[in-house]
Design a protein around this ligand. Structure first.
Ligand code: GDP
Ligand code: MG
Length: 395
């Protein structure tokens, strides 16, 4: 596009500077117009080969983590400057986490029955107040060894551990444990975030970001080019989605299946799974997606498989007819299949009869797991290429 604009401006300049007979100018002009037309045709043709993939889902469902993984897998990944740029994000994540826990402990100590277990030790209160104040700043300071030590002390307070176990009602980030276990490293003077740290870092996406890539390996030969869009998931961000809905090859819908006992960040009276259900229904009904494929990522399986033993699925209204069965791995599989079936039913209930033959696949994912994301994307790629061939009448 930019090069085309340059071409137009340059040619306009040449019209002004030279004195030519009119018929020559006309023929020059025609040649230029033809060149521009052919350039537009070339670019349009190239665009037609690009498959548009949209990552949709509620806030914190894992969209940006999948987006980062795709960058790592099929692009050059993160260079040192980009890794370094995550230092302040990770430090801010640490402060926010400890603030949520300390403030949460105070609240529980006031309002909960059996509240004594949430009372932080007297000598940790000063640290807590200080960290809570830092956590509320827009611009938090760099994490030093001294502060990291204080955070560890507070984290190990039994009242904070007790509060952490109630993370579901407090908006404690899923990566809290990871942040706390790595404080020592995060506070080193020459700390450079690792790829793993970047995947765990949480930045609330605003607006839209996109990347273009071609999956490496066998499919490279096929020349498939994907353009993947990542968007903000919170309610106030969703009005921006609609501008992207035209010409979408596939929607990758992320649903965090571990969030069945959690409340929304933007409305703490609303269960996250119920919000995801409504959002998925809304997306399915969009007329722009009548021919788009749907790839449903049932994400955060790693958290789900631990949680189902602790928190029964039927705490969520949508899953209230769930009957636990078996134990250990068997129980996890049973619970997962139940959730998967619920989404499947929702898909068919909300797809008009003429949409039923659009591709619909469900994948079990843990967005932090690079190998799994690679494998999953390979399957997505295969499905989409197959669709392509079917549409072209070749299959
Ligand atoms: N444990 C775990 N954490 C995840 C998973 N997917 C994403 N996260 C974390 O959840 C948080 C929110 O993820 P993000 O990709 O920003 O969600 P988005 O709002 O949908 O873009 C980040 O801290 C991620 O590291 C997952 O499958 N398992
Ligand atoms: Mg995001």
């Amino acid at each position: 596009m930019i090069s085309m604009l340059y071409f137009v401006v340059e040619s306009m300049g040449s019209f002004c500077s030279r004195q030519q007979p009119l018929n020559e100018v006309d023929s020059d002009e025609n040649k230029q117009a033809a060149k521009i037309d052919s350039r537009i045709a070339e670019e349009t043709k190239a665009e037609q080969h690009i498959h548009k993939l949209l990552l949709l889902g509620a806030g914190e469902s894992g969209k940006s983590t999948i987006f980062k993984q795709i960058r790592l897998l099929f692009q050059t990944g993160f260079d040192e400057a980009e890794l370094r740029s995550y230092t302040s994000v990770i430090h801010a994540n640490v402060y926010q986490t400890i603030k949520i826990l300390y403030d949460g402990a105070k609240e529980l100590a006031e309002n909960e029955p059996n509240s004594l277990k949430y009372v932080v030790r007297a000598d940790n209160k000063e640290i807590g107040e200080k960290l809570s104040e830092i956590g509320s700043r827009m611009d938090s300071p760099c994490l030093t060894k001294e502060i990291a030590k204080e955070i560890v002390t507070l984290w190990n307070d039994t009242a904070i551990q007790e509060t952490y176990s109630h993370g579901n009602i407090l908006q404690v980030p899923d990566c809290a444990q990871y942040f706390m276990e790595n404080l020592e490293r995060f506070s080193e003077v020459n700390y450079i975030p690792t790829k793993e740290d970047v995947l765990h870092a949480r930045v609330r996406t605003t607006g839209v970001v996109e990347i273009q890539f071609s999956p490496v390996g066998e499919s490279r030969k096929s020349g498939e080019v994907y353009r993947l869009y990542d968007v903000g998931g919170q309610r106030n961000e969703r009005r921006k989605w609609i501008h992207l809905f035209e010409g979408v090859t596939s929607v990758i819908f992320c649903a965090a299946i571990s969030e069945y006992d959690q409340m929304l960040f933007e409305d703490d009276t609303k269960n996250r799974m119920m919000e995801t259900k409504e959002l998925f229904e809304w997306v399915l009904k969009q007329s722009c997606f009548e021919k788009s494929s749907f790839m449903l990522f049932l994400n955060k399986f790693d958290i789900f498989e631990k949680k189902v033993h602790r928190v029964p699925l039927n705490v969520c209204e949508w899953f209230k007819d769930y009957q636990p069965m078996g134990s250990g791995k068997q129980e996890v599989e049973h619970a997962y299949e139940f959730v998967k079936k619920k989404f499947e039913e929702l898909y068919f209930q909300n797809s008009k009869p003429d949409c039923v033959d659009r591709a619909f696949k469900i994948y079990r994912t843990t967005a932090l797991d690079q190998k799994l994301v690679k494998k999953t994307f390979k399957l997505v790629d295969e499905t989409l290429r197959r669709r392509n061939l079917i549409e072209a009448g070749l299959l």
